[in-house]
Design a protein around this ligand. Structure first.
Ligand SMILES: NC(=O)c1ccc[n+]([C@@H]2O[C@H](COP(=O)([O-])OP(=O)(O)OC[C@H]3O[C@@H](n4cnc5c(N)ncnc54)[C@H](OP(=O)(O)O)[C@@H]3O)[C@@H](O)[C@H]2O)c1
Length: 238
């Protein structure tokens, strides 16, 4: 499938997987709405996208801010008239044993990884329902399916995002709306304590691998939905 003129909202677009996805879709002349907190990074990404001959609106702020969500949806509808895909990708990890987790850090991470997915899904559903089509793709993690010591907060967030997605799927399928979840293992991005491109991550998935997986899921024919896709580097035990 070619995504020319398809409209995507991508959260967490300033870096890593989201940025790589935005650039690939720009090369295919998709229409993009890009959300993240880093204004400078989003502006330079927008310039790269414009140079590729595609169109991008940028939105600076946290996915946990409901007024921003409303602005994203109304701007995208005004400019492009439709929203074909929502990619709930914004997220981060925080690790440590429970007794050392600050309550504010707990709330902040849940607000990004779970509430953000809720807010953007809630906002696109009325428009997708009206169109009787649309696709919500949530970037979870294999950590939505397994736990590890020191992972209580991040694991809880990804389990919650996954449970939300599974229930949402039951709600919206009858309206022609697809809900897919990608469960990924290690990807070489700044998500980790070391920077993207570090030697430690040389065998991990690259953002491009995730882009290929996301667009494979997004590119299925209208009557097909890949509900779940699990992806790992071969070097990672699972
Ligand atoms: N890397 C991995 O190994 C891995 C594995 C499994 C799943 N994942 C998931 O993949 C997704 C993307 O992560 P990545 O690996 O690409 O990490 P990344 O390079 O650190 O990128 C994360 C993106 O999320 C944005 N973000 C973080 N908090 C945000 C907030 N409150 N509001 C809006 N945007 C926010 C960041 O932008 P700003 O800082 O500019 O806001 C950035 O664009 C995450 O959901 C992560 O949980 C990653």
């Amino acid at each position: 499938m070619n995504f020319q003129e398809k409209t995507f909202i991508i959260t967490g677009a300033s870096k890593g997987i989201g940025r790589a996805l935005a650039l690939e879709l720009a090369a295919q002349k998709a229409n993009l709405g890009l959300v993240a907190r880093s204004e400078d990074t989003l502006k330079s990404l927008q310039a790269e996208i414009t140079a590729l001959g595609a169109s991008a609106e940028i939105f600076v702020g946290s996915v946990s801010e409901e007024p921003l969500t409303e602005k994203v949806i109304s701007t995208m509808l005004d400019r492009f008239g439709k929203i074909d895909f929502l990619i709930n990708n914004a997220g981060y990890g925080a690790f440590g044993n429970v007794e050392h987790i600050d309550a504010q850090n707990w709330s902040d991470l849940m607000d990004t990884n779970v509430k953000g997915t809720f807010l953007y899904s809630k906002a696109v559903i009325p428009h997708m329902k009206k169109a009787q089509k649309g696709h919500i793709i949530n970037i979870a993690s294999d950590i939505a399916k397994r736990v590890f010591e020191g992972g209580s907060l991040y694991c809880a967030s990804k389990y919650a995002q996954d449970a939300f997605s599974m229930a949402l799927r039951k709600e919206v399928r009858k309206h022609g709306i697809k809900v897919s979840v990608l469960y990924s293992g290690l990807v070489d991005t700044d998500f980790h304590a070391h920077p993207q491109g570090d030697e430690k991550a040389k065998d991990w998935l690259k953002p491009k691998d995730m882009v290929d997986a996301i667009l494979y899921v997004a590119g299925m024919p209208a009557h097909v939905v890949i509900d779940e896709l699990m992806i790992h580097p071969l070097s990672q035990e699972y």
